[in-house]
Design a protein around this ligand. Sequence first.
Ligand code: M1P
Length: 238
Amino acid sequence: MSKSIHYLFDVDGTLTQPREKMESSFTMSFLEWIEGKSVFLVSGSDVKKIKQQIPHSIISRCSGISCSMGNELWLGKELKYKNTFEPPKTLIEMLSSFQVKTKSPVLGKAPFIEYRTGMINFTTIGRDSSNEQRLAYYNWDKDHKERIRISDQIEKTFPDLEAKLGGQISVDIQPKGRNKSQVSKWVRKNLSGKIIFFGDKCTPEGNDYDIYVDVKKNGGESYSVKSPLDTLKLLEKN
Ligand code: M1P
């Protein structure tokens, strides 16, 4: 039993492919590994999406589930905290203008803004985009850096907000500091032991960056992974 280690995992890109269900071979290996361990899921998405992607057999073995960029934390059926965020009208107007002006070669379907606990998620191509459209946008954005430009402009115009690249198509927007590092801070404050974090968006513009840094700075270990397979390989050593 290694209860004094708390393992914190991002979901999309770390335990599953973006927005996909956890693969069955991954589920089997993870179920074996998780036995007797303290595990927290820390996603940018909402609870509904986490439950679509992660099998109940794993969710029921987790010590905690956090969604919406650390703005909601559940320990089993107990809600530990939940933040609120009222986005300024001028921010919504700015996002609408980004959407209208996008040069993206693909366009899915609205909504373009998803209102979540304590944050909003924005995409110029629409949350209702197919996997093909998501991938096409992701590859286009790698070259054209639309999301980085959008994030920079949001942070410049609204110094109290932070905007971080979500998965493949979106930007997560929340009050400064209200990011995934809320979860590592909560675990450190409320549970004793070491923290180990795994995420795939750990560079400064990514939405795992703050938790990655917070864990490392405070005596824990952080791992930047490239895929769920990469995560599994690391777990074999942990
Ligand atoms: O969990 C990672 C991200 O997954 C989605 O990102 P995208 O739609 O861009 O692939 C979003 O739910 C995002 O909020 C989340 O951070």
